[in-house]
Design a protein around this ligand. Structure first.
Ligand code: ATP
Ligand code: SF4
Ligand code: MG
Length: 331
């Protein structure tokens, strides 16, 4: 198998806050190969965006910092790079698409000028005009859009410009954080299909953050489920949907069934994501887990291979040394 484009190995990120040290990313490991779309899912506050920020060291707060692990991009550990070297990686080797395109489009520059500046910044300025026209066409916009200012674009058009910008320098990895959440529902599917098509055509590796499992089913090859800063399960998308092993994944997928199968009687995952300044001991899901055992309150379950196929799961139910008899689980 080819080596991954992106590999996170035990990445830990900490934020110093008035309430103490928060660890929104706790020994996260995942990988994305060329041409693959890996979905990162989990409830709000589970650390999805912080994981993306940790790759690029672009945090919304100065108090955040990667404190452990390796961030390997095409085999090179980005943690060893200076800030200047990181600037060369962002937008060039790694394209980024965010939830709100307005947050990264400069309101006083035309679309064409912004794309041109981006190409020039990475020494790709030669033939920029033709390249920009090609990029805009690729994302389903008229080359005329180059002359417009961001406020003259609709939300869907802005996000298409965002995608053009992410792909402009032919990156090997694209990180997309809730790229369609801010758009009208009718436009969301169009933009997602566009992203998926461009990604496939170019063989780019993509890490797609979303809490929409319908999106995952449609565009992802592999899914990583996060809970309270940790990876709790990951597997190829078909395997995960057919046989979720972690009680949290099971709860998430049951929520989806609720949407499409009104008659299904499903219990929502009760409670909410724990306070990361004071997380539960042992398995962080134990206060909400219908199968919690003694060991769950004391010890962190390690990520181990899923019992019946590829992927990993972190749950004592699947640990041979701790798995209770079926009757015990049911009680
Ligand atoms: N600016 C910040 N200052 C302090 N702590 C923060 C900040 N942003 C995030 N956090 C902490 O990091 C945790 C993870 O946040 P993150 O934004 O990664 O969640 P998320 O999974 O992307 O959620 P959402 O689905 O809402 O985007 C939060 O629960 C919070 O404890
Ligand atoms: S380790 Fe225990 S508490 Fe955590 S998900 Fe598994 S059974 Fe539930
Ligand atoms: Mg987020």
């Amino acid at each position: 198998m080819s080596s991954p484009v992106l590999e996170l190995r035990g990445v830990t990120t900490e934020i110093r806050s008035v309430r103490g040290l928060v660890r929104p990313v706790d020994e996260v490991s995942l990988s994305v190969a060329a041409g693959e779309v890996v979905g990162l899912v989990g409830e709000s506050g589970s650390g999805k965006s912080m994981t993306a920020f940790s790759i690029l060291r672009l945090f919304p707060t100065k108090a955040a910092r990667v404190t452990g692990g390796e961030v390997l991009l095409n085999g090179r550990d980005l943690r060893g790079l200076s800030e200047g070297q990181m600037r060369a990686v962002r937008g060039r080797e790694v394209g980024m698409i965010f939830q709100d395109p307005a947050s990264y489009l400069n309101p006083v520059l035309t679309v064409g000028r912004q794309l041109e500046q981006q190409l020039q910044a990475h020494a790709l300025g030669e033939g920029a005009e033709a390249r920009i026209a090609e990029l805009l066409t690729d994302v389903g916009l008229s080359p005329e859009v180059a002359r417009r200012y961001p406020h003259e674009l609709s939300g869907g058009q802005s996000q298409r410009v965002g995608i053009a910008s992410a792909l402009a320098c032919r990156p090997s990895l694209v990180v997309a954080d809730e790229p369609t959440t801010a758009l009208d529902v009718t436009i969301q599917a169009q933009v997602l299909r566009l992203m998926a098509r461009l990604q496939r055509e170019r063989g780019v590796a993509m890490l797609l953050i979303t809490h929409d499992l319908g999106v995952v089913a449609e565009v992802c090859d592999h899914v990583v489920v996060m809970y309270a800063g940790r990876v709790v399960e990951d597997a190829p998308v078909a395997e995960l949907f057919a046989r979720p092993h972690h009680p949290y994944t099971q709860g998430l997928l049951d929520g989806v069934l609720d949407l499409v199968t009104p008659k299904a009687i499903r219990v929502a995952i009760e409670g909410s994501v724990p306070d990361l300044a004071d997380p539960p001991s042992g398995c962080r899901f134990h206060p909400r887990c219908p199968h919690a055992m003694d060991v769950c309150t004391r010890e962190v379950p390690p990520l181990t291979p899923r019992p019946d196929g590829p992927g990993r799961v972190a749950c004592w139910l699947h640990d041979p040394g701790h798995a209770p008899a079926a009757a015990e689980v049911a009680s």
